[in-house]
Design a protein. Structure first.
Length: 143
């Protein structure tokens, strides 16, 4: 039976999703430095060359995970929400996919310079919290 081009495209998308899910699990378990492309490929049930083909390697795959998290985050982290609603959104998102929370912890523990996307994201979050403090929604910590 010959496959149509759209069937091949759907298979490619499914394969990419399997790789991404396997990468989330591997990076969450071992961090960026400890994760191995071969282990991700084994988890996904694919040839490790597909990771290079679809994502350009380990770094590209990690950037894809970061991009997916930021996309997910933008769906529940509307700055206009109250602090309680915002925190609840993060709790729900991390409960639905705890591996993303582990990835954030690993990123904070990563040796050397953290990824620029991570630094920019954390700076935005800190500035948003400072603004909430300024508006009186979040009390200032007193030493």
């Amino acid at each position: 039976m010959r496959r149509e081009p759209e069937d091949k495209q759907r298979d490619a998308e499914r394969t990419k999703q399997r790789i991404v899910q396997a990468a989330v699990e591997e990076f969450a378990a071992k961090g960026f430095a400890g994760a191995r492309v071969s282990a991700i490929a084994d988890r996904a049930g694919v040839n490790k060359q597909l990771i290079s083909y679809y994502f350009g390697g380990k770094e590209g795959l990690y950037r894809e995970l970061t991009s997916q998290w930021q996309s997910t985050e933008s769906g529940f982290a509307d700055p206009s929400l109250s602090l309680g609603e915002l925190v609840a959104g993060y709790v729900r998102a991390n409960a639905a996919n705890p591996a993303f929370g582990k990835l954030l912890v690993w990123e904070g523990l990563r040796e050397g310079e953290p990824a620029q996307e991570f630094v920019a994201d954390m700076r935005r979050n800190v500035e948003a919290l400072r603004e909430r403090q300024r508006l009186g929604e979040l009390p200032f910590a007193r030493a």
